[in-house]
Design a protein around this ligand. Structure first.
Ligand SMILES: [Zn+2]
Length: 77
């Protein structure tokens, strides 16, 4: 009896679609919160440097127009 390991390689092309423009601001005090220098996920922890409110990125994201100084681009990957 022989056993052969199945080989499977899956390659995906990373694509993203622009969903919206938004602002990153503290939901408690409305202070702008600087986005990180990389993509952030909605469930990632984030904190306010002014009032120390802690939450998740999605709590700090506002899609209301117009966007303010801490402008972010929301993409779906
Ligand atoms: Zn705050």
């Amino acid at each position: 009896m022989s056993f052969e390991r199945a080989r499977h390689e899956e390659r995906r092309t990373a694509r993203s679609t622009l969903l919206a423009d938004g602002t990153l601001a503290c939901p408690a005090c409305d202070a702008p919160v600087a986005p990180l220098q990389r993509a952030m996920s909605p469930a990632e922890p984030l904190g306010c440097g002014y009032c120390l409110h802690a939450g998740m990125v999605r709590d700090f994201l506002s899609l209301a127009a117009p966007t303010r100084a801490t402008h972010v681009v929301v993409r779906v990957r």
